[in-house]
Each structure stands twice: as structure tokens, then as C-alpha cells.
Design a protein around this ligand. Structure first.
Ligand code: HEM
Length: 244
């Protein structure tokens, strides 16, 4: 067993634990944070079903971003949709046999890599070109974009130029999951791609990327607009009322 294999094996175990535990912790915090007031952004749905539909439009089409800014919406949506396809395409590295539909997405995932890079380039360009956005951009805003772009470019590099041994790579990850370590191909671009991915996994639970689970807990989006029909009483306020 080479040192590189051992280092990456430990790195991915650690990154997976940090990602899963960190995300679970954050989501628990979001779920427990009180939402004392009725503050849905109007016009808002007046039924639960309506809220589900609103959330669907928000998550799938980025509706409020569309209303706010067409360029940001365009690049943002291209990036996220492409990322989804790329991630679905990657599932094949972690299972044997591969689900039939993971086979179907392979050709789309390939083009999605370009979508991902174009979307990220647009979003990053905006942080330099639009004065008011440049002014409020923190280093972490730039670094997250740089990290994602570097992952996409190293992935594309592997696909088109510096090929790696996919069979051996897959054996490595299946081996990690079965606690039966297999050698990892020591190709530099693969090692870069994987190190960047592990970095992403580790910082995800302490980064702005938490907006992904966070959107579901946003009171302006997930509340029913029925303050007159039904009195809004947060659980902690109900407790106080009982005592009083
Ligand atoms: C442990 C996780 C990952 C492994 C093992 C992995 C491995 C690979 C490999 C081997 C390729 C080359 C594919 C080929 O030549 O056919 C690739 C490509 C790529 N990767 Fe990853 N990757 C991982 C995670 C990610 C993540 C999280 C992202 C995005 C944030 C990403 C983005 C890309 C892109 C855009 C490509 C180029 C298009 C494609 O071949 O799908 N990868 N990856």
C-alpha cells in the first residue's frame, strides 16, 4: 500500500465524517431556531400545498432570483443545474452494479461540466465587474468560486487530457466503503481533483454553501400566509403563555 493511497483514504474518511456530522449539526440548528413572527414574503401562498409549490419553484427554478436579477439567475441556474448532472454522473464511481439511470445521465453529465465552468465564470465575473457586488464581496466569496472552478477544470482536464485509470479509481472508492483498501492511481490531476473535493467536503458545513439546506428553513419562504385565519404561536411562546 502506497503512502498516497493511505493519505487519501484517511483524508476521505475524515472529510466524510466532517461533512455528515457537520451538516447534521447545522440542519439541527436551523430546525431548532425559533421563527417567532409570521414573515412570508408576499404575495405568498395561503395553504400548505401552496408553500410546497412555492418552495419547489424556488429550489428548481430559483424564482426569486429570477425576479431580482436576470444575469445572476442565468449563470447561477446554469451552474447549479450542471452541478447536479455532474454529481449524478459521479455516482457510478461509488457503486457496482451501477443503477440504470446513472448510465443514462453519463452523456449529459459530460456537457454539464462545461455548463458548470461557464456558470461559475459568469458568477465570478460579476464579483469583479459589478461595482456594488465587488464592494460587498469577501475573500470567502471569491475562494468558494475558485475552489468549485478548480474542481470543474481539473475534472475536465482528466476527461479530455490527462486521463486516469477509472477502474482503479472506482476500486479505491468501493474499497473505502467496504473497509478493504485498494491502491489509488497516483495521477497528479486526479490527486488535485480529489484533494479539492475533500477540501470542499470539509469546509461545506462552515461555509456559505449551507444555503442549499438553509433555503428550506427560510421563514420568508416556508410560511403559510394565514395570520388572520390562524394565530401564529411559536412553541416557546406557547410555553410562556401556559406559565403566565
Ligand atoms: C470523491 C469524489 C470524486 C471523484 C472520485 C471524482 C472523480 C472524477 C473523475 C475520475 C473524473 C474524470 C471522468 C472521466 O475521465 O470520465 C471527474 C471529472 C469531473 N469531476 Fe469529479 N470526482 C469527484 C467529485 C467531484 C465533485 C464534488 C465535483 C463538483 C463539485 C466534480 C466535478 C467534476 C467535473 C466537472 C468533471 C468533468 C466532467 C465529468 O467527467 O463528469 N467532481 N471526476
Amino acid at each position: 500500500m502506497s503512502l498516497v493511497t493511505a493519505i487519501y483514504a484517511v483524508l476521505f474518511y475524515a472529510a466524510t465524517i466532517l461533512l455528515v456530522v457537520g451538516l447534521a449539526y447545522r440542519i439541527r440548528l436551523y430546525a431548532k431556531t425559533p421563527a417567532p413572527l409570521k414573515i412570508p414574503t408576499t404575495p405568498a401562498p395561503v395553504t400548505k400545498g401552496g408553500v410546497v409549490w412555492r418552495m419547489f419553484r424556488e429550489v428548481v427554478f430559483f424564482q426569486s432570483l429570477f425576479k431580482a436579477n436576470k444575469w445572476t439567475w442565468l449563470f447561477g441556474w446554469i451552474f447549479h443545474f450542471s452541478l447536479l448532472l455532474v454529481l449524478l454522473r459521479h455516482i457510478r464511481y461509488f457503486q457496482e452494479p451501477v443503477w440504470f439511470w446513472v448510465g443514462w445521465v453519463q452523456p449529459f453529465g459530460k456537457y454539464a461540466a462545461f455548463g458548470m465552468v461557464i456558470g461559475l465564470a459568469g458568477l465570478w465575473g460579476r464579483r469583479f465587474l459589478v461595482d456594488r457586488v465587488r464592494y460587498i464581496s469577501a475573500p470567502s466569496d471569491h475562494l468558494m468560486l475558485a475552489l468549485l472552478l478548480a474542481i470543474g477544470l481539473s475534472g475536465l482536464g482528466m476527461y479530455y487530457v490527462w486521463h486516469t485509470d477509472i477502474i482503479a479509481l472506482k476500486a479505491f472508492f468501493l474499497g473505502l466503503m467496504r473497509f478493504d483498501w485498494q491502491p489509488l492511481p497516483a495521477d497528479p490531476v486526479l490527486l488535485i481533483h480529489l484533494a479539492l473535493v475533500a477540501t470542499l467536503m470539509i469546509i461545506f458545513p462552515i461555509s456559505k454553501l449551507l444555503h442549499a439546506p438553509g433555503v428550506f428553513f427560510s421563514p420568508t419562504r416556508n410560511q403559510v400566509d394565514n395570520p388572520r385565519e390562524q394565530r401564529h404561536l411559536a412553541p416557546w411562546a406557547a410555553e410562556l403563555e401556559k406559565q403566565g
